[in-house]
Each structure stands twice: as structure tokens, then as C-alpha cells.
Design a binder for this molecule. Structure first.
Ligand code: PMP
Length: 428
């Protein structure tokens, strides 16, 4: 496969854009380096690079592209916005319609507010939890990603009773000391952290189904335990559903799991591919937000007509009967094919899958927390990633990311992908 133009463009990009990319995860640093493929256009489950190579896309832009590229219904909505004005700085009826659609699908949302990214949505929920409780500390779970604001770029301390340390230059120690990081799926460590800090915790921030060290589901009873202790100590539960909302069914993951968080942050899928974030939750908690309450959050682009109309159109596609069942069916075929190829070539893997999202870990352990995900062999993943690319299958360039199916993948695409996996495993 020829990548001459991608290589040239990347070289040029490196002269003008820091690191040659506008988000670090797009670089191929984690897969042994090289020029990232530069994409030119997409349609449905495929995209084509600037050299004319076609790929089956499982990156789905890290989650948002659940209906594939250039979906006609979403394209029409975006064109309408382009023609009638993409930004007014005033309320619009689209915001009201979209807020109602989200509330109908996610009963825990008494009130919502739109903004522009997952980071903004999560950041605001943390501020609200602090404003509502009058406390400052938060608990988060190791390996979960919640965006790039200071409080969530904090790594685990050495135990549940230890405060975090900055995970990025530029994050002050004083911020890190407000954050406690504990392992996902570990009731004991969470209990210890709450026994130690419980009365100072404003909010517990959690991905109810993890998407950021691969797809990891909560063990039975784990989230219920987190919710019960949060209630006991007067801390709010904040579900980061930036990946999970409308990914696994028409609604939020917490509804599937039978949980009622105080606050929910969303993004990705709900924008139909345009920039978006949203947060919402319990009425009394949400009324902490300006102009009703003292917690401030604002945005020039927030709730803009283009993102609203694209989001509405995306949910309209996802509301069609059978959409999620089909992604589940194809996901199951893909998983089976991957496992069969692994057995054929004696490649050690663990596959975590939920419906149309899956992760291959190059480890023989089951993966329930970040430490186990870290054991997935990154060097083998890097080679696997490049072999798949050479066969026209585009994955995320990191061993921690998920493969995402879209409504546009067909059984033929899945069979082509399994053949690529068979080839890649034969070469590892
Ligand atoms: N929360 C989660 C769970 C995410 O996966 C991400 C992005 N990968 C974010 C928050 C941040 O979203 P954004 O990149 O839109 O700021």
C-alpha cells in the first residue's frame, strides 16, 4: 500500500502543527511511530486516504461516527444549518427539541445544558458537584479518561488513601491533591478511599462502562457499591457517558445498568460528528448552574444550530428499530472470527466486547481494570495495527482503544476484516 502523499503531508504538518496532529492520540507514537495516514474523505463504513487507499473504519473518530461517514440524513441536517445560519448566539427551537429528545431517552435527566466537547461537559459536572456539596475533592478511577482539564489529568497515588499526582506538566500539585484515584472494579480499595476521605468528596467520577482502557464492563455489584457509599457519605455520582451514551442502546449506559447518577456528562455520538458536549441530571443539582445558581458555565458556541440539528438527525437514525441489535450481531461475528484466528495461529489474546464495541488485548489475563489492560503487549499491538492497516482496516493507534462498529458496517465488511485479522495474526 502506497502512503507517499500521507508521508509528505505529515512532514509538512510537523512544520506547522505541534507534533503534526491536533490531538496526541492521532500520532502513531504508541504503535512504533511513522506517518499517520492522512484521510481525504469518508462514506459509510469506509474512508479513503490522500493516496487513494480505502479502509474499513473501526476508529469511528474515537466513537462519534456511529452512523458512519456522510450519512445522508445527517448531511441534510448540516446543509440546512449551513444555509440558515450556523450560530446566532440566541436561543433556538432546535435546542429545546434536542433537550427533550435526550430527556425522553434518558430518564435521569431532569435538566440538560449543551456545550462543545466531552471535556467541557465533564469539567462542568465536577464544578457543579463542588458547588452543590460545598466540598472540593473528587474520586476517579485509574485508566478512565475524562478529558484534558486539570483535575482529571491526575495519576493514581500509591494507595487508596493517597492523593494523586499530576499526570501532565502544567497541572499544579495543589489541584492533584484534590483528586483520589482508585482501581476500577475494586470494591475494597474504593471502600478504603471513602472511609478515609468520604466526608470531603464532592463527586465520584466514573465511566459506567469503561471505554478508555478498552471496553471494560463493571463487575456485578461494583457500581451499586459505589452508588451506595456515595449516598452514605453525601457525595454525588457523576457518570461520564461521553463514549457510552447512545453507543450500546438508544439511551445511556446507566439506564441499561439500572443506576441513577446525580449528574451525567455526554458528548461524541450525540453530536452526529459535529462538536458537542452536554451534561444533565437531577433538578436540584442542575439548578446550581447559572443563571439559576452560583456555579458558572457558558459558551459562545454552546447549543449552536449545526450541532443541534446534526445531533437530532443522528438520534433519529439511531431510533430506528433493530439498529443496535444489528451492531451486536456483527460484533459477535467479528469477535468469533478474531478468536478463531488467534487459536489458529496460537496468538495469545483476550477480547472484551459489548455489542458493537470491542477491544483485543494481547494478554492471557482477563481485563477488568487498568493494570490488567496495561499488560496487553504494546509492541505486538503496534505490529498488528500496521498489518491491519496494510490490509485496509483502520483501527485506533493505541492498545487501549476500542473498535467501534457503525450502522453502516455490513457482514461483508466483517468477513473482510476477519480475513485481515487472519493475515495479521499469521505474521505476528
Ligand atoms: N470522557 C470520556 C469518557 C472520553 O472518552 C472523552 C474523549 N475520549 C472525553 C471525556 C473528552 O471528550 P472530548 O475529547 O470531546 O473533549
Amino acid at each position: 500500500m502506497n502512503h507517499t502523499k500521507s508521508e509528505q503531508l505529515y512532514k509538512e504538518a510537523c512544520e506547522h502543527i505541534v507534533g503534526g496532529v491536533n490531538s496526541p492520540s492521532r500520532s502513531y507514537k504508541a504503535v512504533g511511530g511513522g506517518a499517520p495516514v492522512v484521510m481525504a474523505r469518508g462514506k459509510g463504513a469506509y474512508f479513503w486516504d490522500v493516496d487513494g487507499n480505502r479502509y474499513i473504519d473501526y476508529l469511528a473518530a474515537y466513537g462519534p461516527i456511529v452512523t458512519g461517514h456522510g450519512h445522508p440524513h445527517i448531511a441534510k441536517a448540516i446543509s440546512h444549518a449551513a444555509e440558515t445560519g450556523v450560530l446566532y448566539g440566541t436561543p433556538t427551537e432546535h435546542e429545546v427539541k434536542f433537550a427533550k429528545m435526550l430527556k425522553d431517552a434518558i430518564p435521569t435527566l431532569d435538566k440538560v445544558r449543551f456545550n462543545n466537547s466531552g471535556t467541557e461537559a465533564v469539567m462542568t459536572t465536577v464544578r457543579i458537584a463542588r458547588a452543590y456539596t460545598g466540598r472540593t475533592k473528587i474520586i476517579k478511577f485509574a485508566g478512565c479518561y475524562h478529558g484534558h482539564f486539570d483535575q482529571v489529568l491526575v495519576a493514581a497515588g500509591s494507595g487508596p488513601a493517597t492523593l494523586g499526582s499530576p499526570d501532565s506538566a502544567g497541572v499544579p500539585e495543589s489541584v492533584a491533591t484534590e483528586v483520589i484515584t482508585v482501581p476500577f472494579n475494586n470494591k475494597e480499595e474504593f471502600t478504603l478511599a471513602m472511609e478515609h476521605w468520604g466526608n470531603q468528596i464532592a463527586g465520584i467520577l466514573i465511566e459506567p462502562i469503561v471505554g478508555n482502557f478498552g471496553i471494560v464492563e463493571p463487575n456485578p455489584g461494583f457500581l451499586e457499591h459505589v452508588h451506595a457509599l456515595a449516598k452514605e457519605y453525601g457525595a454525588l455520582t457523576i457518570h461520564d457517558e461521553v463514549i457510552t451514551a447512545f453507543r450500546f442502546h438508544y439511551g445511556a449506559a446507566h439506564t441499561m445498568l439500572g443506576l441513577t447518577p446525580d449528574l451525567v456528562a455526554m458528548g461524541k455520538v450525540i453530536g452526529g460528528g459535529l462538536p458537542i458536549g452536554a451534561y444533565g441530571g437531577r433538578k436540584e443539582v442542575m439548578e446550581t448552574v447559572a443563571p439559576l445558581g452560583p456555579a458558572y458555565q457558558a459558551g459562545t458556541m454552546a447549543g449552536n444550530p449545526a450541532s443541534m440539528l446534526a445531533g437530532i438527525a443522528c438520534l433519529e437514525v439511531l431510533a430506528q428499530p433493530g439498529v443496535y441489535d444489528e451492531m451486536d450481531r456483527l460484533g459477535a461475528i467479528l469477535e468469533k472470527g478474531i478468536l478463531a484466528a488467534a487459536e489458529k495461529y496460537n496468538v495469545t489474546i483476550t477480547v472484551n466486547r459489548l455489542k458493537g464495541a470491542l477491544t483485543i488485548y494481547f494478554t492471557n489475563e482477563k481485563v477488568e481494570n487498568y493494570e490488567q489492560a496495561e499488560n496487553s503487549n504494546g509492541e505486538i499491538f503496534g505490529r498488528f495495527f500496521k498489518l491491519m492497516l496494510s490490509k485496509g482496516v483502520n483501527l485506533a493507534p493505541s492498545k487501549y482503544e476500542a473498535w467501534f462498529l457503525t450502522t453502516e458496517h455490513t457482514e461483508e465488511d466483517i468477513m473482510e476484516t476477519i480475513a485481515a485479522v487472519d493475515f495479521a495474526f499469521s505474521q505476528l
